[in-house]
Design a protein. Structure first.
Length: 293
């Protein structure tokens, strides 16, 4: 059992690493195309990569006689999740153009704190550790994002809006996931987000084939590795692991994004920004720790 847990932990750590490095791919992708074009291509690619997994799971369930979730609720959930994901990712993609990869990774992770706070409006109880985490995160955000003129950077503002939108995305998934197949829901949401971004790209950006060819490497990484491979690793890894432990490991995505931005793009952070990163990460860890019984 312990060997299984270790394997699962390593799979989740690999998923977090892939997602962390994906911030670099998203940043580099902006050198070749606009944010709408990049998101459209990567999500359509991610949905295509997940299709074989959907078909394999369907065959296995059929052979074992396991009943499938209703097609209607799965499509409805996929469409709602896809719209939320598309808008959130667009805000993140725009923000990455104006801020560093490391800062974007840590600000995005704030959705873990925003989700329980949003739960207040859904009449859910919010524990004391969430409020403490929110205060610590706010201080970390100040150190990480507010400059000497006491102004929030343009890119940081976009990524913070993205964190709020990702929190909405998580709440939408929370509603639909018990009623639908998780992998199929994800596959549909990728196609919906991809088509939404693609249509907007045709209207506002006029993408060219040459741009996609030139930026094929960051596109392939963001689409195949980040959407397809990492999601599959998450499904396999979470199977034999406690959800709290799993979420703690996956939150390492923010640390990986900072290291990747520094090593690959040379985007070093100041001491003040590093302290802000540490506080935000500490707040995220605090919120995910189990409550005392």
């Amino acid at each position: 059992m312990r060997k299984k847990s270790m394997t699962s932990s390593l799979l989740l750590l690999l998923a977090a690493t892939i997602w962390g490095v994906a911030f670099v791919a998203q940043s580099v992708g902006m050198d070749y195309m606009g944010p709408l074009s990049f998101n459209g291509a990567r999500f359509l690619l991610g949905g295509t990569v997940l299709l074989p997994l959907v078909l394999v799971r369907r065959k296995k369930d059929k052979d074992k006689g396991i009943p499938r979730a209703g097609a209607s609720i799965t499509f409805k959930g996929g469409i709602c999740c896809g719209i939320a994901l598309g808008v959130a990712s667009l805000s993140q993609q725009i923000g990455i153009q104006y801020t560093t990869v490391g800062k974007a990774g840590f600000i995005t992770t704030l959705y873990i704190i925003i989700v329980p706070v949003m739960g207040i409006f859904l009449k859910k109880r919010v524990s004391g550790k969430v409020w403490i985490g929110a205060v610590i995160a706010a201080i970390g955000m100040y150190l990480l994002c507010v400059n000497e003129e006491l102004a929030l950077g343009r890119g940081d503002a976009y990524v913070f809006v993205c964190a709020i939108l990702f929190a909405v995305h998580i709440l939408v998934i929370d509603y639909f996931s018990p009623k639908a197949d998780g992998v199929e829901l994800s596959c549909i949401q990728f196609f919906v987000a991809g088509m939404l971004s693609g249509i907007l790209a045709l209207i506002f950006e006029k993408p060219e084939i040459s741009s996609f060819i030139s930026g094929i490497m960051p596109l392939a990484y963001a689409g195949i590795m980040s959407c397809g491979v990492a999601y599959t690793l998450q499904i396999i890894g979470q199977k034999d692991l406690d959800p709290t432990v799993a979420s703690l490991i996956l939150s390492m995505e923010s640390v990986v994004s900072m290291l990747a931005g520094w090593v690959i793009l040379g985007q070093a952070l100041s001491r003040k920004e590093l302290l802000g990163c540490a506080l935000v990460f500490g707040a995220v860890i605090l919120v995910q720790l189990p409550d005392k019984k």
